[in-house]
Design a protein around this ligand. Structure first.
Ligand code: CA
Length: 244
């Protein structure tokens, strides 16, 4: 399985600093959306993404347990960063990513998530969200109290129910995806999904073949729609004969 990537990030039109961070590596890719930092040096997404980089650099084949351990290490790293920098209490970050893992049945992609950044998969021309948002509005939507359309404009839409940086390490959700040649995955912060509908995201992913150009086009779409938040996008294309 060969995975090619494109990635793009922009501070947006309103914020002064970009608290998002991302990593595009050999076999691990991730997006983190930091919250509560007061200066660039205090952004919580950085220490979390560093643990993702270490996961990619670790020896041997990865598995789901290694991915979970990396998310736990990311939580500890954000906590340690907070303790070293007084005044950053309450700082946290989301983390969503994909890791190529081994499995008895062949290669798999392990999608992992804590928070409300998102992972999507485009397969057979259809875009579907793989991750489940850890947010107040997703809980309300899942209970049928509000619709998906109402969730997009709800006053609580920015309230996350799980993030990294908490004393009690949050559970990461993981999904094992069987990769197929031609599949495209998208990782993004809510600076994209808050501005651009899933339909418009799908249109870009379907019509822009190059992953870097697709990532750039998605960030441009978020900026054109308002750019109220930092926006970060990673596009992954699955290719190769052994993609199963
Ligand atoms: Ca954000």
């Amino acid at each position: 399985m060969i995975v090619t990537h494109g990635c793009a990030s922009h501070v947006g039109h309103v914020r002064e600093t970009n608290e998002d961070a991302h990593y595009c590596g050999r076999r691990v890719w991730a997006v983190a959306d930091g919250m509560g930092g007061h200066a660039a040096s205090e952004v919580a997404s950085g220490p979390a993404i560093e643990q993702v980089r270490l996961l990619d650099a670790s020896p041997g084949e990865l598995d789901e347990a290694a991915v979970r351990d990396a998310v736990a290490a990311a939580n500890a790293a954000v906590l340690a960063h907070t303790r070293r920098h007084p005044g950053t209490r309450g700082m946290g970050t989301t983390l969503v990513g994909v890791a190529r893992v081994g499995d008895a049945d062949g290669p798999r992609l392990c999608v992992f998530n804590v928070g409300d950044s998102r992972a999507y998969r485009l397969a057979h021309g259809h875009l579907a969200q793989v991750s489940v948002d850890h947010s107040e509005v997703e809980e309300l939507r899942a209970l049928g109290i509000i619709t998906a359309a109402e969730a997009r404009v709800h006053p609580l839409r920015n309230v996350v129910t799980r993030c990294l940086g908490l004393p009690q390490a949050p559970d990461a959700d993981t999904w094992l995806v069987r990769p197929r040649a031609g599949d495209r995955l998208l990782l993004c912060s809510d600076g994209l999904t808050g501005e651009v509908s899933d339909g418009a995201i799908a249109l870009v992913l379907l019509t822009v073949p190059d992953p870097q150009e697709a990532a750039d086009a998605l960030v441009a779409a978020a900026l054109a729609a308002g750019g109220q938040d930092n926006v970060t996008v990673v596009v992954l294309d699955v290719g190769g004969d052994d993609a199963d």
